[in-house]
Design a protein around this ligand. Structure first.
Ligand code: UD1
Ligand code: UDP
Length: 383
């Protein structure tokens, strides 16, 4: 029997971190020929992930441009994918999540009448402009995909509300599979400043912020809140690996640079980031991925957004929505810094997003869909 040609398409840092363990898993099956296609919507941040996980791309669209627009990413991906699909003739295309690469990858597969598997399917805020443009990207890919790999039961229910009930699997999130390979007790940081931070004697707070819907006023409020938190608490150190987006870097430079006890550093390789998260006191972020990783590592998270498509850890009590109002962010962060009770109430390890077996379930679901397995994989059940 011919091997199944399964092409994974991804382009940004978070997609790469969450697809890497799946690409590695697919290599284990003799029935599958994995093909790795990167759009390089992100260049440096993608390459860093490829290196950490030891991945090599079979095709590289190399589309990134400084200050790229949503339309330019989508158009370049679509055009580039035509040639790649013609050449590689995949039987299935896997896309991940909600980026412009995800949408264009799925649309391109559809134009070539190739089935799409959507990894991390079914997350919703039901606000089309937040996260923007990700909410709509994810929805549109849901309409195109034939296989939907939902991290949680809640995500499956979201798809059912849109009458998507065929080809739906609850697998857990592949990010938990990735975390299991990167986090180690005895980890030694290559980024020297991370070895010297006072994890025991002070409260080291990990910060990230990059989302498009936060550009402008919300990002200014967030930066000023971070500055105030650092200025008013001598027992904290803020570590902020700043995204390479020029819009983000300009806001950080204008409102946060020079604040006491604030370490502004370049983006970290994924293994460094995960181990820093494991050692920090808490996390302030607008990132999607950090909202999934930090709870698994027992770290409280304040979300610097008005909503989240990841309500499971909020329900579990380790994540709270802080919003984008300066005073509210300062007050919620201060409570967690000053009150041991408030901190302990949030700081417990929970794994609503997976058990580290998501990639195996996805691989088995693919084999089942193509009649190479008699059994559907069991669904992931959150504890
Ligand atoms: C994208 C995703 C977002 C995801 C984020 C992860 C879309 C619409 N948005 O947003 O969902 O949360 O990635 O980080 O797909 N840049 C570099 N080098 C890099 C990466 C980015 O220089 O390695 C700069 C470039 O100037 C680029 C800009 O950052 O134009 C913005 O990148 P882009 O992918 O358009 O948007 P993100 O905000 O990163
Ligand atoms: N991350 C990283 N280095 C950094 C910042 C984030 O490796 O400097 C990782 C983080 O641990 C998570 C992913 O990147 O796995 C999240 O990506 P990002 O915040 O860019 O995007 P989002 O998850 O919001 O889409």
């Amino acid at each position: 029997m011919e091997k199944l040609r399964v092409m994974s398409v991804f382009g940004t840092r978070p997609e790469a971190i969450k697809m890497a363990p799946l690409v590695l898993e697919l290599k284990k099956y003799e029935e599958i020929e994995p093909i790795c296609c990167v759009t390089a919507q992100h260049r440096q941040m993608l390459d860093s992930v490829m290196e950490v996980f030891g991945l090599q791309a079979d095709c590289d669209l190399n589309i990134m441009a400084p200050r790229q627009t949503l339309s330019s990413i989508t158009c370049k991906c679509l055009t580039g994918m035509d040639d790649v699909i013609e050449e590689k003739k995949p039987d299935l295309i896997l896309v991940h999540g909600d980026t412009s690469t995800t949408f264009a990858g799925a649309l391109s597969a559809f134009y070539h009448q190739i089935p799409v598997g959507h990894v991390e399917a079914g997350l919703r805020t039901y606000d089309r402009y937040s996260p923007f443009p990700e909410e709509m990207n994810r929805k549109m890919v849901g309409a195109i995909a034939e296989l939907h790999f939902c991290p949680t039961e809640n995500n499956r229910k979201n798809l059912a509300r849109e009458n998507i009930t065929e080809g739906v699997f609850v697998t857990g999130n592949t990010v938990i599979d990735a975390l299991k390979t990167t986090v180690r007790e005895d980890y030694h940081f290559a980024t020297e400043v991370l070895n010297t931070l006072p994890y025991k004697s002070k409260k080291v707070i990990l910060v990230t912020c990059h989302r498009r819907e936060n550009y402008g006023e919300p990002m200014k409020n967030i930066m000023l809140a971070l500055r105030q938190i650092a200025e008013t608490h001598e027992d904290v150190e803020l570590v902020y690996p700043v995204h390479l987006s020029p819009v983000v870097r300009e806001a950080v430079q204008e409102y946060l640079a020079g604040a006491p006890r604030v370490h502004l550093i370049d983006p970290l390789p994924a293994d460094e980031m995960h181990n820093l998260m494991g050692r920090c006191y808490m996390v302030l972020t607008d990132s999607g991925g950090l909202q999934e990783e930090a709870p698994a590592l027992g770290k409280p998270v304040l979300v610097l957004r008005r909503e989240t498509e990841r309500p499971e850890a909020v329900a579990a009590g380790t994540v709270k929505i802080a919003g984008v109002d300066r005073d509210v962010i300062v007050s919620m962060a201060s409570e967690l810094i000053e009150s041991n009770n408030a901190y302990e109430a949030m700081a417990h390890a929970v794994n609503p997003y997976g058990d580290g077996q998501a990639c195996r379930r996805i691989a088995e679901a693919i084999l089942w869909r193509f009649n190479r397995r008699a059994q559907r994989p069991e669904d992931y059940q959150s504890r």
